[in-house]
Design a protein around this ligand. Structure first.
Ligand code: BJ8
Length: 427
């Protein structure tokens, strides 16, 4: 890939030496975590291709879009409504921030003890290593957690950032605030793209993004089969790719994979031996290439059957209902997004209720709560998760970790002990 795309990377301003190092690190990590899995569905071939071309074909597509006058919007949160960006002809890209890179640079502008996700995105920008970041015309931030909110002020020194105010509660007055934020966002997107959002363009983009959600929901529901026909690692990968791939191509490939999984499930063919512990992952998002904990879980003999994560169900649950007028469509969008159960809300009881439902729906044997270090919202909310699961008799393992590999051995020991406890039925 390197030779073919080198001039493109140079033209968008990447630091080529630093970028080479990143590209050298990815294939062995991917081979070790993904390609070594047994029993992978043939339909994963497309997603392997997407990763193989991660800084190639898709970046070329973004550059072509820009050359034709299109704009690219980068986001870090599932609260940013992709429908609005697409309705104005823009492309919405979820930026990764799942690897420890450029920490030394990031620590020049951020405190050392900050969430690794925030440090990662700042490091990506300051080291000019990510072609997605360098393709963005506008970054859309949000006021979810304090660390991100303040980091966006700093990021704005290096690239234009528009910040959406996400309320921290879900009362009527919070809904009005969020609705007015969407209107401001519509103006910002129209101003950036130079295109007006029309009822037809918004209706089409709602339909397309809903179709993406439907495909992901279909994949999710196939994991309810016991044995599960696909690994959690493969599903996480698809969920990570969902935020940056071409929407129509992605939908078609997810549905193709689901056809294969349907047939697998019909034959009772699972990715693990029957009886493997079924685990639900919950906590902070896992951006590419943060596969550490799922890899340990699944190489310890369990299968992950659902992710109550923003790189998971929180991203694609709940469709946006169609409506006739732009005003009503925006109301539907506002309502759908405010239904996301992020720990930045207080209280966040709906997340607890959803977790209990998921345990039943997916016939899960246990929950692993995985939070990034220094993430106050999720680390504190673990207390509520623990209480509700204890009352329901559902085993829980709490993990706090970062993007380093130093704690892998210790995590493996703890996860194996947790799975052993489940196997022995010691709830
Ligand atoms: S809707 S979870 S994607 S904010 S891990 S940066 S919360 S200190 S990522 Fe998130 Fe949107 Fe919520 Fe989802 Fe802060 Fe925590 Fe870091 Fe986080």
């Amino acid at each position: 890939m390197a030779r073919e795309y080198r001039s493109m990377w140079e033209s968008i301003g990447l630091d080529l030496d630093a970028h080479d190092q990143l590209l050298q690190a990815l294939p062995p990590a991917y081979g070790n975590v993904y390609l070594s899995q047994d029993n992978r569905p043939a339909g994963m071939e497309y997603f392997d291709f997407v990763i193989n071309e991660i800084h190639g074909q898709r970046i070329q597509e973004l550059q072509e879009h820009k050359a034709n006058g299109g704009k690219v919007f980068g986001t870090f949160c599932v609260f940013v409504p992709e429908e609005i960006i697409r309705a104005a002809g823009g492309i919405c890209i979820g930026l990764c921030s799942g690897i420890e890179i450029g920490s030394a640079q990031a620590e020049k502008v951020l405190p050392r003890n900050i969430c690794p996700l925030i440090k990662s995105f700042m490091g990506f920008k300051l080291t000019r290593i990510c072609p997605y970041f360098e393709s963005c015309d506008l970054i859309v931030g949000e006021t979810t957690c304090d660390g991100k909110k303040k980091a966006f002020e700093v990021l704005n020194d290096y690239i234009p950032v528009h910040v959406m105010e996400v309320p921290q509660m879900k009362r009527e007055k919070d809904k009005s605030l969020w609705r007015s934020e969407l209107l401001d966002f519509v103006s910002k997107v129209e101003q950036t793209t130079g295109r007006t959002i029309t009822p037809d363009s918004l209706r089409t983009s709602i339909m397309e993004v809903n179709d993406k959600r439907r495909a992901l929901l279909r994949l999710s529901s196939l994991r309810r089969h016991d044995p599960a026909p696909i690994s959690g690692l493969d599903c996480l990968l698809i969920e990570q790719i969902a935020v940056y791939d071409d929407v129509r191509r992605f939908i078609s490939n997810v549905n193709g994979l689901c056809d294969e999984l349907d047939a697998r499930a019909g034959r009772g063919h699972g990715v693990r031996a029957p009886g493997a512990p079924r685990i639900i992952l919950t906590g902070t998002p896992m951006a590419i290439p943060n596969w550490k904990v799922p890899h340990i879980i699944e190489t310890s003999g369990a299968v992950i059957v659902a992710e109550e994560l923003c790189t998971g169900l929180r991203y694609f649950e709940n469709l946006v209902p169609q409506a006739d007028t732009i005003e009503d469509m925006l109301d539907s969008i506002a309502e759908r997004y405010l239904g996301i159960n992020c720990a930045c809300f207080t209280p966040n009881d709906a997340r607890m209720e959803r977790l209990l439902q998921l345990v039943k729906e997916y016939n899960a044997d246990g929950v692993i709560h995985c939070s990034l270090t220094f993430c106050d919202p999720y680390l504190v909310e673990t207390n509520r998760v623990e209480r509700i699961l204890r009352e329901a008799g559902v085993p829980l393992l709490k993990i706090e970790t970062d993007y380093g590999q130093e704690d892998s051995g210790q995590l493996k020991t703890r996860i194996e002990a947790f799975l052993e406890m489940i196997r022995q039925g010691e709830k």
